[in-house]
Design a protein around this ligand. Structure first.
Ligand SMILES: O=C(O)CCC(=O)C(=O)O
Ligand SMILES: [Fe+2]
Length: 333
Protein backbone atom coordinates (compact mmCIF):
# COMPACT_ATOMS: atom_id res chain seq x y z
CA UNK A 1 0.00 0.00 0.00
CA UNK A 2 3.08 2.15 0.06
CA UNK A 3 2.56 5.67 1.28
CA UNK A 4 -1.02 5.54 2.57
CA UNK A 5 -1.28 5.89 6.33
CA UNK A 6 -2.98 2.88 7.98
CA UNK A 7 -5.26 5.32 9.85
CA UNK A 8 -7.25 5.76 6.61
CA UNK A 9 -7.96 2.09 6.01
CA UNK A 10 -11.53 0.98 6.66
CA UNK A 11 -12.38 -2.39 8.22
CA UNK A 12 -13.41 -4.85 5.50
CA UNK A 13 -17.16 -4.52 6.11
CA UNK A 14 -17.07 -0.75 5.65
CA UNK A 15 -15.03 -0.67 2.43
CA UNK A 16 -16.87 0.69 -0.60
CA UNK A 17 -17.71 -1.40 -3.63
CA UNK A 18 -16.51 0.74 -6.46
CA UNK A 19 -19.16 -0.50 -8.86
CA UNK A 20 -21.63 2.35 -8.73
CA UNK A 21 -25.31 1.85 -8.06
CA UNK A 22 -26.61 5.15 -9.35
CA UNK A 23 -30.09 5.86 -8.15
CA UNK A 24 -32.62 7.26 -10.48
CA UNK A 25 -35.05 6.73 -7.70
CA UNK A 26 -33.82 9.24 -5.11
CA UNK A 27 -36.69 11.71 -5.36
CA UNK A 28 -36.03 14.82 -7.43
CA UNK A 29 -38.38 17.54 -6.23
CA UNK A 30 -39.23 20.68 -8.17
CA UNK A 31 -39.67 23.68 -5.89
CA UNK A 32 -40.88 26.10 -8.55
CA UNK A 33 -44.28 26.67 -6.88
CA UNK A 34 -42.37 28.28 -4.03
CA UNK A 35 -40.51 30.61 -6.33
CA UNK A 36 -43.08 31.76 -8.80
CA UNK A 37 -42.52 35.42 -9.69
CA UNK A 38 -46.32 35.89 -10.04
CA UNK A 39 -47.20 34.84 -6.50
CA UNK A 40 -44.35 35.56 -4.11
CA UNK A 41 -46.45 34.13 -1.25
CA UNK A 42 -47.73 30.75 -2.49
CA UNK A 43 -51.07 29.85 -0.97
CA UNK A 44 -51.63 26.78 1.14
CA UNK A 45 -53.59 24.83 -1.48
CA UNK A 46 -50.96 25.37 -4.14
CA UNK A 47 -48.19 23.91 -2.03
CA UNK A 48 -50.10 21.01 -0.51
CA UNK A 49 -48.93 18.49 -3.16
CA UNK A 50 -45.36 19.65 -2.70
CA UNK A 51 -45.56 19.18 1.06
CA UNK A 52 -46.91 15.67 0.53
CA UNK A 53 -44.10 14.91 -1.92
CA UNK A 54 -41.44 16.08 0.54
CA UNK A 55 -43.10 14.10 3.35
CA UNK A 56 -43.01 10.91 1.25
CA UNK A 57 -39.36 11.48 0.32
CA UNK A 58 -38.42 12.00 3.96
CA UNK A 59 -40.28 8.89 5.00
CA UNK A 60 -39.07 6.56 2.26
CA UNK A 61 -35.56 7.85 1.66
CA UNK A 62 -34.56 10.50 4.18
CA UNK A 63 -32.86 12.04 1.11
CA UNK A 64 -33.98 13.99 -1.94
CA UNK A 65 -32.67 16.49 -4.47
CA UNK A 66 -34.34 19.83 -5.20
CA UNK A 67 -34.34 21.84 -8.43
CA UNK A 68 -35.83 25.26 -9.21
CA UNK A 69 -35.05 26.12 -5.60
CA UNK A 70 -34.53 29.83 -6.17
CA UNK A 71 -30.94 29.93 -4.89
CA UNK A 72 -28.88 31.70 -7.55
CA UNK A 73 -26.14 29.61 -9.16
CA UNK A 74 -23.41 32.25 -9.38
CA UNK A 75 -22.47 32.49 -5.67
CA UNK A 76 -22.26 28.69 -5.53
CA UNK A 77 -19.99 28.60 -8.58
CA UNK A 78 -17.76 31.35 -7.21
CA UNK A 79 -17.51 29.56 -3.89
CA UNK A 80 -16.57 26.27 -5.58
CA UNK A 81 -13.77 28.03 -7.43
CA UNK A 82 -12.74 29.84 -4.23
CA UNK A 83 -12.70 26.55 -2.33
CA UNK A 84 -10.46 24.95 -4.96
CA UNK A 85 -8.05 27.89 -4.74
CA UNK A 86 -7.96 27.70 -0.97
CA UNK A 87 -7.33 23.94 -0.87
CA UNK A 88 -4.58 24.35 -3.49
CA UNK A 89 -2.57 26.51 -1.05
CA UNK A 90 0.39 24.96 0.76
CA UNK A 91 -0.31 23.06 4.00
CA UNK A 92 1.61 25.73 5.82
CA UNK A 93 -0.63 28.47 4.47
CA UNK A 94 -3.84 26.51 5.22
CA UNK A 95 -2.67 25.73 8.74
CA UNK A 96 -2.62 29.46 9.51
CA UNK A 97 -6.41 29.15 9.83
CA UNK A 98 -6.39 25.75 11.51
CA UNK A 99 -9.12 24.59 13.80
CA UNK A 100 -7.76 24.06 17.30
CA UNK A 101 -8.85 23.04 20.80
CA UNK A 102 -10.21 26.53 21.43
CA UNK A 103 -11.78 27.34 18.08
CA UNK A 104 -13.39 24.50 16.11
CA UNK A 105 -13.87 26.64 12.99
CA UNK A 106 -11.40 26.92 10.12
CA UNK A 107 -9.18 24.41 8.31
CA UNK A 108 -8.85 20.78 9.34
CA UNK A 109 -7.40 17.68 7.69
CA UNK A 110 -7.56 15.09 10.41
CA UNK A 111 -11.20 14.24 10.91
CA UNK A 112 -12.15 10.71 11.95
CA UNK A 113 -15.53 9.06 11.45
CA UNK A 114 -16.01 6.06 13.74
CA UNK A 115 -12.29 6.14 14.51
CA UNK A 116 -11.09 5.81 10.90
CA UNK A 117 -9.46 8.83 9.30
CA UNK A 118 -11.44 10.49 6.49
CA UNK A 119 -9.73 11.05 3.14
CA UNK A 120 -10.55 14.75 3.03
CA UNK A 121 -9.74 18.23 4.23
CA UNK A 122 -12.35 20.75 5.31
CA UNK A 123 -12.89 24.43 5.98
CA UNK A 124 -15.74 25.26 8.39
CA UNK A 125 -17.41 28.60 8.98
CA UNK A 126 -20.62 29.74 10.62
CA UNK A 127 -23.24 31.78 8.80
CA UNK A 128 -22.93 34.54 11.37
CA UNK A 129 -19.40 35.66 11.94
CA UNK A 130 -19.87 35.16 15.67
CA UNK A 131 -22.07 32.41 17.04
CA UNK A 132 -22.81 31.51 20.64
CA UNK A 133 -22.58 27.86 21.54
CA UNK A 134 -22.48 25.73 24.69
CA UNK A 135 -18.89 25.50 25.92
CA UNK A 136 -19.04 22.10 27.55
CA UNK A 137 -20.86 18.85 26.94
CA UNK A 138 -21.38 18.44 30.71
CA UNK A 139 -25.07 18.92 31.62
CA UNK A 140 -24.36 21.10 34.68
CA UNK A 141 -21.96 23.42 32.94
CA UNK A 142 -23.91 26.32 31.48
CA UNK A 143 -20.97 28.28 30.21
CA UNK A 144 -21.23 29.59 26.65
CA UNK A 145 -18.48 30.44 24.24
CA UNK A 146 -18.32 32.36 21.04
CA UNK A 147 -17.24 30.74 17.81
CA UNK A 148 -15.35 33.13 15.59
CA UNK A 149 -14.73 32.51 11.91
CA UNK A 150 -11.13 32.37 10.74
CA UNK A 151 -10.43 33.72 7.29
CA UNK A 152 -7.30 33.31 5.22
CA UNK A 153 -5.68 36.65 4.42
CA UNK A 154 -3.65 37.40 1.29
CA UNK A 155 -5.20 37.56 -2.12
CA UNK A 156 -8.03 35.07 -1.62
CA UNK A 157 -11.55 36.34 -1.70
CA UNK A 158 -12.76 33.33 0.22
CA UNK A 159 -14.46 35.37 2.93
CA UNK A 160 -16.65 37.32 0.50
CA UNK A 161 -17.44 34.14 -1.44
CA UNK A 162 -18.41 32.26 1.71
CA UNK A 163 -20.53 35.08 3.08
CA UNK A 164 -22.30 35.65 -0.17
CA UNK A 165 -23.12 31.97 -0.58
CA UNK A 166 -24.32 31.70 3.04
CA UNK A 167 -26.65 34.63 2.55
CA UNK A 168 -28.25 32.95 -0.45
CA UNK A 169 -28.39 29.33 0.65
CA UNK A 170 -29.84 30.13 4.05
CA UNK A 171 -33.00 31.19 2.27
CA UNK A 172 -33.56 27.47 1.69
CA UNK A 173 -33.33 26.71 5.38
CA UNK A 174 -32.24 28.81 8.28
CA UNK A 175 -28.76 28.91 9.64
CA UNK A 176 -25.81 27.40 11.29
CA UNK A 177 -22.60 26.37 9.66
CA UNK A 178 -21.21 25.56 6.28
CA UNK A 179 -18.35 23.27 5.45
CA UNK A 180 -16.14 23.24 2.38
CA UNK A 181 -15.13 19.60 1.82
CA UNK A 182 -12.18 18.75 -0.38
CA UNK A 183 -11.60 15.08 -1.17
CA UNK A 184 -8.21 14.67 -2.90
CA UNK A 185 -7.79 11.89 -5.44
CA UNK A 186 -6.96 8.76 -3.47
CA UNK A 187 -4.59 5.93 -4.48
CA UNK A 188 -6.66 3.37 -2.53
CA UNK A 189 -10.34 4.29 -3.09
CA UNK A 190 -11.40 0.70 -2.36
CA UNK A 191 -9.89 0.86 1.13
CA UNK A 192 -10.59 4.41 2.31
CA UNK A 193 -13.62 6.71 2.46
CA UNK A 194 -13.87 10.48 2.07
CA UNK A 195 -16.31 10.44 4.98
CA UNK A 196 -17.07 7.21 6.73
CA UNK A 197 -20.67 6.10 7.07
CA UNK A 198 -22.58 8.36 9.46
CA UNK A 199 -25.83 10.19 10.14
CA UNK A 200 -25.95 13.96 10.46
CA UNK A 201 -26.66 15.09 14.02
CA UNK A 202 -28.23 18.37 12.86
CA UNK A 203 -31.84 18.94 11.77
CA UNK A 204 -31.26 19.09 8.04
CA UNK A 205 -28.29 19.13 5.66
CA UNK A 206 -28.35 20.89 2.28
CA UNK A 207 -25.49 19.81 0.08
CA UNK A 208 -24.06 21.31 -3.08
CA UNK A 209 -21.82 18.78 -4.80
CA UNK A 210 -19.71 19.25 -7.92
CA UNK A 211 -20.06 16.96 -10.94
CA UNK A 212 -17.53 14.33 -9.79
CA UNK A 213 -19.93 12.49 -7.47
CA UNK A 214 -19.21 10.24 -4.52
CA UNK A 215 -22.08 10.73 -2.09
CA UNK A 216 -23.75 7.41 -1.29
CA UNK A 217 -26.95 6.84 0.66
CA UNK A 218 -27.94 3.61 2.38
CA UNK A 219 -31.27 2.68 0.81
CA UNK A 220 -33.85 1.99 3.50
CA UNK A 221 -35.58 -0.85 1.67
CA UNK A 222 -32.54 -3.14 1.29
CA UNK A 223 -29.47 -1.49 2.84
CA UNK A 224 -27.81 -1.11 -0.60
CA UNK A 225 -25.43 1.84 -1.01
CA UNK A 226 -26.85 4.13 -3.70
CA UNK A 227 -24.82 6.84 -5.43
CA UNK A 228 -26.56 10.22 -5.60
CA UNK A 229 -26.15 11.36 -9.16
CA UNK A 230 -24.78 14.91 -9.40
CA UNK A 231 -27.52 17.01 -10.99
CA UNK A 232 -26.75 20.44 -12.38
CA UNK A 233 -27.77 23.23 -9.99
CA UNK A 234 -29.58 20.84 -7.65
CA UNK A 235 -29.19 20.62 -3.89
CA UNK A 236 -29.24 17.31 -2.03
CA UNK A 237 -31.27 17.54 1.15
CA UNK A 238 -31.28 15.00 3.93
CA UNK A 239 -33.08 14.51 7.19
CA UNK A 240 -30.79 14.69 10.22
CA UNK A 241 -31.14 13.28 13.73
CA UNK A 242 -33.07 16.27 15.11
CA UNK A 243 -35.89 15.81 12.60
CA UNK A 244 -35.96 12.13 13.46
CA UNK A 245 -36.56 13.05 17.11
CA UNK A 246 -38.99 15.92 16.35
CA UNK A 247 -41.02 13.58 14.13
CA UNK A 248 -40.84 10.76 16.70
CA UNK A 249 -39.22 8.41 14.11
CA UNK A 250 -41.62 9.17 11.25
CA UNK A 251 -38.75 10.70 9.29
CA UNK A 252 -35.52 8.83 9.96
CA UNK A 253 -32.04 10.20 9.61
CA UNK A 254 -30.31 8.06 7.00
CA UNK A 255 -26.77 6.74 6.90
CA UNK A 256 -24.57 8.10 4.15
CA UNK A 257 -20.88 8.30 3.22
CA UNK A 258 -18.60 9.84 0.61
CA UNK A 259 -16.57 7.56 -1.64
CA UNK A 260 -13.34 8.84 -3.20
CA UNK A 261 -11.71 7.93 -6.48
CA UNK A 262 -8.20 7.62 -7.85
CA UNK A 263 -8.48 10.18 -10.65
CA UNK A 264 -10.33 13.29 -9.63
CA UNK A 265 -10.54 15.38 -6.53
CA UNK A 266 -13.96 16.51 -5.45
CA UNK A 267 -15.56 19.49 -3.71
CA UNK A 268 -18.81 19.35 -1.77
CA UNK A 269 -20.39 22.10 0.30
CA UNK A 270 -22.83 20.99 2.98
CA UNK A 271 -24.89 23.58 4.84
CA UNK A 272 -25.94 22.30 8.24
CA UNK A 273 -29.15 23.61 9.67
CA UNK A 274 -29.82 23.34 13.37
CA UNK A 275 -31.60 25.26 16.10
CA UNK A 276 -30.03 27.59 18.67
CA UNK A 277 -27.79 25.99 21.29
CA UNK A 278 -30.36 26.30 24.12
CA UNK A 279 -33.03 24.33 22.22
CA UNK A 280 -34.40 21.26 23.96
CA UNK A 281 -34.93 18.61 21.30
CA UNK A 282 -37.87 16.29 21.86
CA UNK A 283 -40.75 14.74 19.88
CA UNK A 284 -43.27 17.42 18.86
CA UNK A 285 -46.22 17.60 21.20
CA UNK A 286 -48.80 17.52 18.40
CA UNK A 287 -47.51 14.14 17.20
CA UNK A 288 -47.66 12.48 20.58
CA UNK A 289 -50.66 10.73 22.10
CA UNK A 290 -51.51 7.53 23.91
CA UNK A 291 -51.18 5.44 20.74
CA UNK A 292 -48.00 7.16 19.71
CA UNK A 293 -46.06 7.96 22.88
CA UNK A 294 -42.80 9.91 22.78
CA UNK A 295 -39.90 7.69 21.78
CA UNK A 296 -37.17 10.03 23.05
CA UNK A 297 -36.26 11.83 26.23
CA UNK A 298 -35.59 15.56 25.73
CA UNK A 299 -31.97 16.60 25.23
CA UNK A 300 -30.15 19.89 25.00
CA UNK A 301 -28.87 20.57 21.48
CA UNK A 302 -25.87 22.69 22.54
CA UNK A 303 -24.49 20.00 24.84
CA UNK A 304 -25.10 17.31 22.25
CA UNK A 305 -23.30 19.28 19.56
CA UNK A 306 -20.33 20.07 21.79
CA UNK A 307 -20.08 16.42 22.66
CA UNK A 308 -20.10 15.49 18.97
CA UNK A 309 -17.39 17.88 17.87
CA UNK A 310 -15.22 16.87 20.81
CA UNK A 311 -15.29 13.30 19.57
CA UNK A 312 -14.59 14.33 15.96
CA UNK A 313 -11.62 16.26 17.19
CA UNK A 314 -9.86 13.57 19.12
CA UNK A 315 -9.94 9.88 18.63
CA UNK A 316 -11.93 8.61 21.61
CA UNK A 317 -12.27 5.09 22.92
CA UNK A 318 -16.01 5.37 23.29
CA UNK A 319 -18.58 5.80 20.56
CA UNK A 320 -19.71 9.42 20.19
CA UNK A 321 -23.10 10.55 21.37
CA UNK A 322 -26.10 9.33 19.34
CA UNK A 323 -29.84 9.97 19.56
CA UNK A 324 -30.56 6.38 20.52
CA UNK A 325 -28.90 7.18 23.84
CA UNK A 326 -32.08 9.21 24.54
CA UNK A 327 -34.47 6.53 23.36
CA UNK A 328 -37.28 5.60 25.75
CA UNK A 329 -38.31 1.97 26.15
CA UNK A 330 -41.13 1.03 23.77
CA UNK A 331 -44.30 0.81 25.82
CA UNK A 332 -45.95 -1.52 23.34
CA UNK A 333 -42.93 -3.78 23.34
O1 LIG B 1 -19.41 15.11 0.57
C1 LIG B 1 -20.47 14.52 0.64
O2 LIG B 1 -21.07 14.12 -0.36
C2 LIG B 1 -21.10 14.19 1.97
C3 LIG B 1 -20.56 14.99 3.12
C4 LIG B 1 -21.23 14.67 4.41
O3 LIG B 1 -22.03 13.78 4.52
C5 LIG B 1 -20.93 15.49 5.61
O4 LIG B 1 -20.02 16.33 5.54
O5 LIG B 1 -21.63 15.29 6.64
FE1 LIG C 1 -23.18 13.92 6.37
Amino acid sequence: MGEVDAAFIQATEYRPKLAVVEADDIPLIDLSVLNSPDSPEPDATAIRPLIAEIGEACKNWGFFQVINHGVPLKPRQYLEIGARKFFALSKEEKKKVSRNEVNPLGYYDNEHTKNVRDWKEVFDFTVHNQTLITASHEPDDNELKEYINQWPDNSLELREECEHYAEEVQKLAYKFFIRLNHYPACPVPHLALGVGQHKDGVALAILAQDDVGGLEVKRKTDGEWIRVKPTHDAYVINVGDIIQVWSNDRYESVEHRAVVNSEKDRISIPFFFSPAHYTIVEPLEELINDQNPAKYKPYNWGEYFTNRIRSNFQKLDVENIQIYHFKLPDKFG
